[in-house]
Design a protein around this ligand. Structure first.
Ligand code: SAM
Length: 275
């Protein structure tokens, strides 16, 4: 299939225009994770293509992603895709070598398959069944070895949760928060991806995970005298005794936990009855 055919299957962008809320540095936590976890993947390609899907009313989070990726992968090329033509027109003046913006949707109208797709605060505005469907569509568009980072965050980005996927399906779930942005870990439940947020009920694995995390956080309270960071690290270590939380980089270990982050294997928190 030629590049043109690859990118031109669909005439009308797949999806719907939704709220364009965004903001400076809002996605800093997930950008930091992407560069740490997927830096080696991006460096393995000559000209890795990264898509930022649904960048919103401003180009700013795409520009930030571009700069951060270029630090770990100097030849990275980033394409921001938006389904709202007015938002594409507003972003175009900020194009530069390696950074462009174009109209499109989940079909990803780019001329070659992306190695990484980032979609933040996009699928949240769709239905749960649609979210699974669009995960499938995005996965089918990836370059070999490619990955997707799909998540949700609070308005200023102090609380965020994202799923990591590859061509075979979801692989990880990551929670990330500023230490002054929550009282207990389950406060992050309101940022769960669409495929999980309605499953935070008794009997579902994600509910049990957050319950156990809250418990680990509570029993780690004495560590708070050394600061919230130390308390978080202690709580995650306890959680890792019973949940498949990676304990070593790139996904886990104190170097990640100290950032207010924890990653767990998707299979452990997947909804019951998920396909
Ligand atoms: C809430 S904004 C998120 C902006 C940015 N990603 C962030 O997190 O700050 C969601 C954006 O996704 C766009 N969008 C929704 N569905 C889309 C689709 N299928 N393809 C491309 N953009 C889409 C909307 O038009 C909107 O501008």
């Amino acid at each position: 299939m030629t590049g043109r055919q690859w990118g031109m299957r669909s005439r009308r962008p797949v999806g719907e225009i939704t709220r364009g809320t965004t903001g400076h540095n809002r996605l800093r936590r997930s950008d930091r994770w992407i560069t740490a976890v997927h830096g080696p993947l991006l460096r393995s390609a000559d000209r890795p293509l990264i898509v930022d899907l649904g960048y919103g009313a401003s180009h700013i989070t795409t520009l930030e992603l571009f700069h951060r990726l270029r630090r770990v992968s100097p030849y990275a090329e980033v394409v921001g895709i938006e389904i709202d033509p007015a938002r594409v027109a507003a972003a175009r003046p900020y194009e530069t070598e390696g950074l462009s913006f174009r109209l499109g949707g989940f079909e990803l109208p780019v001329d070659r398959p992306p190695l990484l797709v980032r979609a933040f605060n996009v699928l949240r505005q769709y239905g749960e069944t649609e979210a699974w469907h669009y995960w499938d569509l995005l996965r089918s568009r990836l370059a070999p070895g490619g990955v997707i980072v799909e998540g949700t965050c609070s308005e200023v980005g102090h609380r965020a949760v994202w799923a990591g996927l590859d061509a075979s399906g979801p692989r990880t779930l990551t929670l990330s928060a500023r230490f002054d942005a929550f009282e207990r870990p389950s406060d992050l439940a309101d940022r769960l991806p669409k495929t999980l947020i309605h499953r935070n009920v008794p009997g579902e694995p994600i509910h049990a995970f957050l319950r156990d995390f809250d418990h680990a956080w509570a029993v780690s309270a004495p560590m708070a005298s050394y600061g919230a960071r130390q308390r978080w690290i202690t709580a995650v270590e306890a959680l890792a005794a019973t949940w498949p939380v990676p304990r070593r980089p790139r996904l886990g270990g104190p170097s990640r936990w100290r950032l207010g982050e924890v990653t767990v294997s998707w299979d452990a928190v997947a909804p019951t009855g998920a396909r």
